[in-house]
Write a protein that binds this ligand. Structure first.
Ligand code: ZN
Length: 292
């Protein structure tokens, strides 16, 4: 499942490659991918003549600001444009985009296709089909329409996310710290891989009851989260997820994990074997000696 670093890598790719992409035609191949508006015809009509103006990310959501272009044949189409709300995308497990020049026949997992006037295609492919898209018109707020988006906790890189904040929100929580890190309302964008890696790097056992973690440990945890995420963004995501970048390439080749999917291998710090066990249904990897 793409987590913050993978979604951020996709965002950067979309922003770079879709500079002048004005949607002329939308084809919905699977209705359930469109989460809003309810009628796919409204989604299709609403997006027509939209320029992808800017791509943002919030947690694991991609948010494109749209401009409706009245006449794209002028020198600066943006001059005659007005806001046209947002296209919001959540890739969930297996969703990814592909930009295709001179559109070809789509594969059977193609869910939504966007075309510009030159028949370039931005294709959304999703094998397991949990991914969703919303077109939010300019009179609505994405945070109100999309519950999961509106309830997100702070971004890990933001000022709001620090040891004081963590202390405050977990001081009474009896859940494990691993479960806390996966809770998107507490901190946005962290999934299974980066929760395990951050806890390893901070030396904290994933099984610890959240409320027992000391302030000094939370300072370290915050730093670990930021470092692990930044490092991964720099290398374009991990090798292990099903994540693909805009060219449809699978993952990347750079990032080495310390515990994730290293069950039975030697810990890089102490040489003990990495263990795996489920916490709230998610495979959790840790070193029992380095993480207390
Ligand atoms: Zn170890």
């Amino acid at each position: 499942m793409p987590e913050l670093p993978e979604v951020e890598t996709v965002r950067r790719g979309l922003e770079k490659k879709l500079n002048n992409f004005i949607i002329k035609k939308v084809e919905v191949c699977r209705d359930s991918t469109v989460a809003f508006p309810k009628k796919k015809e409204e989604f299709i009509k609403g997006l027509r003549n939209s320029l992808f103006y800017k791509w943002d990310r919030r947690g694991k959501y991609l948010i494109a600001k749209l401009k409706e272009v009245q006449n794209e044949n002028t020198q600066n189409p943006l001059e005659n444009s007005q806001n046209n709300g947002f296209l919001v995308v959540h890739l969930r497990m297996t969703g990814y985009f592909k930009l295709i020049e001179n559109s070809t026949h789509p594969c059977k997992h193609t869910r939504i296709r966007f075309f510009d006037k030159n028949n370039n295609e931005l294709r959304y492919i999703d094998v397991r089909s949990f991914g969703q898209m919303w077109w939010i018109n300019k009179s609505h707020s994405p945070n109100k329409i999309i519950k999961g988006l509106g309830s997100l906790g702070p971004e890990p890189f933001s000022k709001d996310f620090d040891a004081n904040y963590l202390k405050k929100v977990i001081s009474k929580r009896t859940k494990s710290i691993k479960a806390i890190l996966l809770d998107q309302t507490i901190v946005a964008g962290i999934g299974n891989i980066y929760a395990d890696e951050s806890l390893y790097s901070a030396g904290i056992s994933p099984f610890r009851e959240a409320r027992t973690i000391k302030k000094s440990e939370l300072i370290k945890l915050k730093e670990s989260i930021v470092t692990v995420l930044k490092k991964s963004i720099g290398s374009g995501g991990t090798t292990f997820s099903d994540f693909r970048d805009l060219e449809g390439e699978n993952g990347n080749f750079g990032l080495q994990t310390n515990v994730y999917r290293r069950t039975g291998k030697e810990c890089r710090k102490c040489g003990n074997l990495i263990k795996r066990q489920k916490i709230t249904g998610r495979s959790t990897h840790w070193c029992p000696k380095c993480q207390k």
